[in-house]
Design a protein around this ligand. Structure first.
Ligand SMILES: Cc1cc2nc3c(=O)[nH]c(=O)nc-3n(C[C@H](O)[C@H](O)[C@H](O)COP(=O)(O)O)c2cc1C
Length: 314
C-alpha cells in the first residue's frame, strides 16, 4: 500500500470510520471484505459470496423489503456483476449450476417475482399429518451403530452410497445458501487407519467413512468473529440429512465428533490430524466437524431412552 493511503487508512481507523483489519483471521470475509478487491478472492469464496448475495436479493421479495431498500440490493446486484465478470476473465464456471441460478436472479432483478419467482415456483404440496406422524415413528428407529456385520458390500457399492448420501446432503438447508460443505470419502484401510487412536475403533473398522468439514473462508461476513456459529449448524443439517437417508435404506451410521477441541486436546491428536490432512489433501481452511461411520450393522443396539416431550417444552 502506498504511504499516503497507509496514513489515510490509519486516520480513518482512529476516527472509527473503518475497522482495523484483523490480520490474524485470514479466512473470514471480515478480514478482507469489503477492503479487499473481489478479484483477490478464490473461486470458492466468490461462488459462495455470489450465492449469498443472490439469495439475499431473492429473499427481499418474499419479505417485501426490495423497494424500501432498493439501493442496498442494487449494490448486491452490482457485486454479482463483478463476480460474473471475474469468472469470465478466469474462464471459469460457464455452466456451473449455482452461477446459472444467480444469473437468472440478476437478469430478473427489477421484477424478480414475474421474471424468476413465478415461473420457477411450484404448487404447494397437500398437507398430510399421517406422513409427519409416520416419519416421526420411523426416525425413532434410527440408532448409532458401532458394530458392523462381517458381510459387507463391495467397494463400488460404498462409493455409490457415499455419493448418494452427499447428493442428499447438498439439499440440506444452509445459512445464506452459501453451501460451504466439504466431504472426503474414505474406503481404503490405509486412509481409515489414519484415524487410529484419534477416533474410536468403530470408525477405523467401518466399511465407509465420510469426513465432513466446512469451508471457513466463506463465514464471517455477518460478524467480526473468527467464524459464525452457523458453520456448525450447517454441518449438522447436512449430516442429519445423510444419516436419515442411510437409515431409510437399512444402513447403520454413527455420527462421530471430529472438532478442533478433540484434535487440539493432545499433541498426538494434532499430529495424527496433520497426517490425515496431508495424506487426504484437506486444506487448512477446512474446519473439521465430523466423521460419519457407515456400514451394514451386525445388530441394532438398544434404544437409549429419550426425554419426555413435556420436559423439552419451554
Ligand atoms: C455432535 C455429535 C457427536 C457425536 N460424537 C460421537 C463420537 O465421537 N463417538 C460416538 O461413538 N458417538 C458419537 N455420537 C453419537 C451419539 O453418542 C448418539 O447419537 C447418542 O448417544 C444417541 O444415540 P442414538 O444415536 O442411537 O439415538 C455423536 C453424536 C452427535 C450428534
Amino acid at each position: 500500500m502506498n504511504p499516503v493511503k497507509k496514513i489515510l487508512k490509519k486516520l480513518l481507523i482512529k476516527a472509527g470510520i473503518i475497522k482495523k483489519l484483523p490480520t490474524d483471521k485470514p479466512y473470514t470475509y471480515s478480514s478482507f471484505y469489503p477492503y479487499m478487491p473481489l478479484s483477490n478472492l478464490s473461486d470458492d469464496e466468490l461462488l459462495s459470496l455470489m450465492r449469498h448475495e443472490a439469495h439475499r436479493i431473492e429473499k427481499s421479495t418474499y419479505n417485501n423489503i426490495f423497494k424500501a431498500k432498493y439501493s442496498m440490493y442494487l449494490e448486491k446486484a452490482k457485486r454479482l456483476d463483478c463476480i460474473f465478470l471475474i469468472f469470465e476473465k478466469r474462464n471459469r464456471f460457464t455452466t456451473e449450476n449455482t452461477v446459472l441460478w444467480a444469473k437468472k436472479i440478476r437478469i430478473s432483478f427489477e421484477d424478480l417475482y414475474e421474471g424468476f419467482i413465478s415461473p420457477n415456483s411450484s404448487d404447494a404440496r397437500e398437507y398430510n399429518f399421517t406422513h409427519l406422524d409416520s416419519f416421526s415413528k420411523q426416525i425413532s428407529t434410527r440408532r448409532s451403530v458401532r458394530v458392523w456385520s462381517k458381510e459387507q458390500l463391495q467397494r463400488t457399492e460404498w462409493l455409490e452410497i457415499a455419493h448418494t448420501m452427499i447428493d442428499s446432503a447438498r439439499w440440506a438447508p444452509c445459512s445464506g445458501n452459501r453451501q460451504p460443505w466439504k466431504f472426503k470419502i474414505l474406503i481404503d484401510n490405509e486412509d481409515k487407519l489414519l484415524l487410529d487412536k484419534l477416533k474410536e475403533e468403530h470408525c477405523t473398522s467401518a466399511p465407509l467413512l465420510i469426513f465432513v468439514g466446512m469451508d471457513r473462508r466463506v463465514y464471517g461476513s455477518l460478524s467480526n468473529k473468527d467464524y459464525e456459529t452457523a458453520l456448525f449448524v450447517d454441518a449438522g443439517a447436512a449430516i442429519m440429512t445423510m444419516i436419515t437417508g442411510a437409515h431409510e435404506s437399512g444402513l447403520g451410521t454413527c455420527w462421530n465428533h471430529f472438532g478442533r477441541d478433540l484434535i487440539e486436546s493432545r499433541k498426538v491428536n494434532q499430529e495424527a490430524y496433520d497426517r490425515f490432512c496431508k495424506k487426504l489433501n484437506i486444506e487448512d481452511y477446512i474446519e473439521p466437524v465430523a466423521i460419519l461411520a457407515v456400514g451394514l450393522p451386525k445388530y441394532i443396539p438398544p434404544t437409549p431412552a429419550r426425554m419426555d416431550i413435556k420436559d423439552l417444552l419451554i
